[in-house]
Write a protein that binds this ligand. Sequence first.
Ligand code: SF4
Ligand code: SF4
Length: 348
Amino acid sequence: MDEAKDIHNFCASCLRCKEVCPAGINIPDLILSIREEVVEKNKSAVLDLLVDGFLKKDTRFNSLMKLGAYAGKVVSPGGNFPLFLTRKFAGQKYIPAISTKSLSDRYIQSSIKKISNKRVLFFPGCLVEYIFPEIGEKIIKFLEKCSYQPILLDKYGCCGGPAHHTGKKNAFIEIARSNFSKIKAIDPDFIVSPCPTCTEVIKKRYGEVLPEAKDYLYKRTFDYCQFIFETGFQNIETRFDCIATYHDPCHLRRGLGITDEPRQIIKKLGFQLVEMDEYDACCGMAGAFSLKLPKISEEIMKKKLSKAEKTCAKNLITACPGCLLQLRGGAKALGKDIDVKHLAELVE
Ligand code: SF4
Ligand code: SF4
């Protein structure tokens, strides 16, 4: 166990080894249990403060993000933090400022008109809630176009993904329990998220620690791509006529098994899809991994961008806000002539 103390940090939780093990051994889950033991035995003040002090407490987390948004306004007038401030811990990519108007500030449930009995609880995930709220706005509009009733929580907290992936099991159970009780109080027909990590955590991981949540969440939780492919495909406007390439987010492809749906949506939008080499390789973001190992994360990101460039596509599309943050920020910092988008930004 002593030898495993540091090595688990090199795992980006990309789930690739799960695909290739001929004996079907779930290696990522084995690594996660090692991490849980290591984290339990070797307390980290920073991780404890972040997870127990903020991510577990919705109101505090929200206030921290608000504070960050106003502080960010001062140091990031162009919308991104200056590279010299973030490069050391985030690698060579621009980090966007936190929005001063989060998604739930922009959309108050009472302001959404009643249009349907098919109720979709929208779970944006913290990146869409605080950094890319315009993606959430697009999705809410598209859900309405497809005659679904979007439901928003008054305040969003973390889905528990960071606690789960960093091995903070007890904190994860608390977050899962709290979110599940909020979901049950609403009792939606569907739960939809544009963040595959949130979707996977809510759909599959809550049930591992809360047996009473297992079937309930598994059958009604969907990633955005799967949901609109199955229920709103005919409503997608064909608006583009150029080449695009697609990066498979690890947790969408290997965590949820969604591979064809985003590609079909890209084609329906009018793009000519040209696959890059290793389209399914991790982008290097991987949550805490990119903060713990920014140099390695940066190298993985550069590889991914150069593979995308080789397709001659001017549009690199993905379906995860984490991949978007990594690849868009990296493309800008490296001066690449490629526009990186979350699929939901393009669908109308
Ligand atoms: S980085 Fe990916 S392939 Fe390597 S051990 Fe972790 S999950 Fe498996
Ligand atoms: S998994 Fe990541 S993006 Fe999703 S809510 Fe949690 S912290 Fe935010």
